[in-house]
Design a protein around this ligand. Structure first.
Ligand code: ADP
Length: 609
């Protein structure tokens, strides 16, 4: 059976047809033979019984006259039946009157007084009573061999065999002709499938040869091929597009590498997870290390140990958030010396906003850093000097003011007009000098003061400022309004200093109109942006940066007194907290000063020298 599964479908069809036909005919033939056998036995019994009765009826006279010759003659008629082996006629007392034997070897058996037909191993034995006028005269026994049944079986068997042979041949002939009806469309389908799988050509189609289920199968198969073909075409064109895009990416990469190699900066690229996958030549020359040694996160080995922790934190922060990476740090050169670099890296995104890579540059700023350091030290010295000078000058200036006052009081009347005027100049100069020195001291203090690590309620700071300015407010009849102000990350004294200068200026630089001043604050990311708006004389936009410089004033007439330090102090304070200050104004249209202050303490993002 297993082998049958693997033979070609054509042979399978012929074989199954033949086997089915043969099996059916065999069963039918055997059935016929068996039925005939059963029927024939019945027929034989009836036939023998009739024969025995005829012979018995013909034997009555011979028995009545006890005539053995006549009886033998009657029995001799049985010769016509070739399967009668022998027969005997018995008198009433059981003695044999006459017997018949076909081949002379027959011995009469014991007569059976019952009328029976028995089947024995030698054949069928018929016992028949001979009766005349209702009186039993004797008995007839006939032995019949069963050779006729054997002959019949042989005859039927050979007939069945011949019919079987003939019909099998016919079945073979017909199935060989008809198998093509089923096998050819299947072979067609198989050869189409084979060519598709061997050539990969999905334009091949199987031929529909019939309208039955096989025809439907061919149609479905062709539909399937069509679907695959169109998908194959789309796939091929998508693959071609992708290959073109990859070639373009490769060309871009080559262009980028060429550009990076020709730049003086140290350039690197990194994967979205921060693994560095490219360094330009300048890196390798600077560090004296191979790409294998510094790839991925291997760069950590040439970063200055003091900068490393903060650098790693900043780089990880950028990788997590996608924010640009900015950092000043020292890298170890091949000769072991560290040099300051300005490091930057930006993320490149795809159309969906995912980071595809990081591109970074590192510029050597060592000389610049050294100059900055020198400048910073010089600045510090200068500030220290300005602080000491303004501090130490306070005492002699106070003396000038006090003694010129005493001089005026005690000897004022005895002085002539010129001397009085000179004394007046002296007093005025002393006062101005005192203000200047005080402001200078305030400026240097603002520059040197420690940043306060606390938050302050800006509304409270403003109220305190207004209370210390109440004299000037009352005198100018100003209206000062303000919105609800937030808590900000700044020392209270510093915030008050900024409010004091800005509101003081708004009161001072007024025109004829009554001063209207408004203070408000709006959120800008992590910063609060404050504004102080007035309706005063305004500022020409060309001076809007200049006025924040120290000693820079736009008004030198007596109407607007001042030293030109107030706004410089404001700028110093605001910048120390990471904010900035600026002004928007038109002459005659008032001015609005803005400054930003952080909401919370800011994370430190860059190393300072
Ligand atoms: P001072 O007020 O002592 O001159 P500041 O540094 O406070 O010094 O101001 C610098 C200059 O900016 C002032 O001289 C003035 O010309 C200009 N200025 C400042 N505030 C205002 C304002 N609210 N309106 C018009 N001009 C102003």
């Amino acid at each position: 059976m297993h082998k049958l599964r693997d033979i070609p479908i054509k042979r399978k069809l012929v074989l199954t047809t033949m086997m089915t036909t043969t099996a059916a005919l065999l069963v039918a033939g055997l059935g016929v033979v068996l039925v005939d056998l059963v029927l024939f036995r019945g027929y034989l019994r009836r036939d023998l019984s009739a024969l025995a009765r005829i012979v018995a009826d013909n034997s009555t006279a011979a028995l009545a006259f006890n005539d053995p010759d006549s009886a033998a003659q009657t029995l001799g008629a049985l010769h016509a039946r070739s399967h009668v082996v022998g027969a005997c006629i018995y008198r009433e007392d059981g003695s044999i009157l006459a017997s018949y034997s076909r081949q002379g070897s027959f011995a009469c058996p014991q007569p059976d007084i019952q009328e029976t037909i028995q089947t024995t191993s030698t054949g069928m034995v018929v016992s028949q009573a001979v009766v005349l006028g209702g009186q039993r005269m004797g008995t007839l026994m006939v032995l019949y061999d069963l050779g006729e049944i054997g002959e019949r079986i042989r005859l039927y068997g050979s007939t069945v065999f011949v019919v079987l042979l003939a019909s099998s041949l016919l079945a073979l002939l017909l199935s060989s002709r008809l198998r093509s009806v089923i096998a050819t469309p299947i072979s067609q389908l198989v050869s189409a499938t084979t060519s598709v799988s061997e050539t990969g050509d999905y334009s091949i189609r199987a031929r529909r040869l019939s309208g039955d289920e096989l025809g439907v199968l061919v149609d479905r198969f062709n539909d399937m091929l069509e679907g695959i073909q169109s998908r194959d075409i789309n796939l091929k064109s998508a693959l071609a597009d992708r290959e073109a895009a990859l070639r373009e990416v490769e060309r871009e990469r080559e262009r980028f590498h060429f550009m990076a190699e020709s730049m003086p900066q140290k350039i690197f690229t990194a994967k979205p997870n921060g693994d560095v996958d490219y360094y330009n030549r300048q890196w390798l020359e600077f560090t004296g290390l191979s790409f294998e040694q510094i790839k991925d996160w291997g760069w950590a080995q040439f970063v200055h140990p003091d900068d490393l922790e903060e650098n790693l934190a900043a780089w990880r922060h950028s990788i997590e958030t996608g924010e640009p990476y900015h950092f000043d740090q020292r890298f170890r050169r091949a000769d072991g010396k560290f040099r300051w670099h300005l490091s930057r890296a930006h993320a490149m995104h795809d159309a969906d906003g995912n980071i595809t890579m990081w591109i970074g540059s590192n510029t050597d700023i060592h000389e610049q850093k050294e100059k900055e350091e020198e400048l910073r030290r010089a600045n510090e010295d200068l500030q220290q000097f300005a602080y000491s000078a303004s501090h130490d000058l306070q005492e002699p200036i106070r003396n000038v003011a006090v003694y010129s006052e005493i001089l005026a009081k005690r000897y004022g009347d005895s002085l002539d007009d010129d001397a009085k005027q000179f004394l007046g100049f002296l007093q005025e100069g002393g006062r101005r000098l005192a203000t200047l020195v005080n402001d200078l001291l305030a400026y240097t203090r603002a520059s040197m003061a420690q940043i306060s690590e606390t938050t302050v309620d800006a509304s409270a700071a403003l109220k305190n400022t207004l209370s210390s300015l109440k004299e000037a407010i009352r005198e100018s009849d100003a209206t000062i309004t303000y919105d609800e102000l937030p808590d900000v990350y700044m020392g209270e004294a510093h915030l008050q200093q900024v409010f004091q200068n800005l509101i003081g200026n708004a009161l001072k630089y007024r025109d004829d109109a009554t001063p209207q001043i408004h203070v408000s604050a709006v959120r800008h990311g992590a910063m609060w942006r404050f504004s102080v708006r007035d309706n005063g004389i305004g500022i020409d936009p060309q001076y809007k940066e200049r006025i924040f410089g120290i000693f820079k004033r736009l008004h030198h007439d007596r109407k607007y007194s001042g030293t030109g330090i107030g706004l410089a102090i404001c700028q110093r304070v605001v910048e120390r907290y990471g904010g900035r200050i600026w002004v928007e104004s038109e002459p005659g249209n008032g001015a609005t000063f803005f400054f930003t202050v952080p909401q919370h303490a800011r994370p430190v993002r860059s190393a300072t020298v």
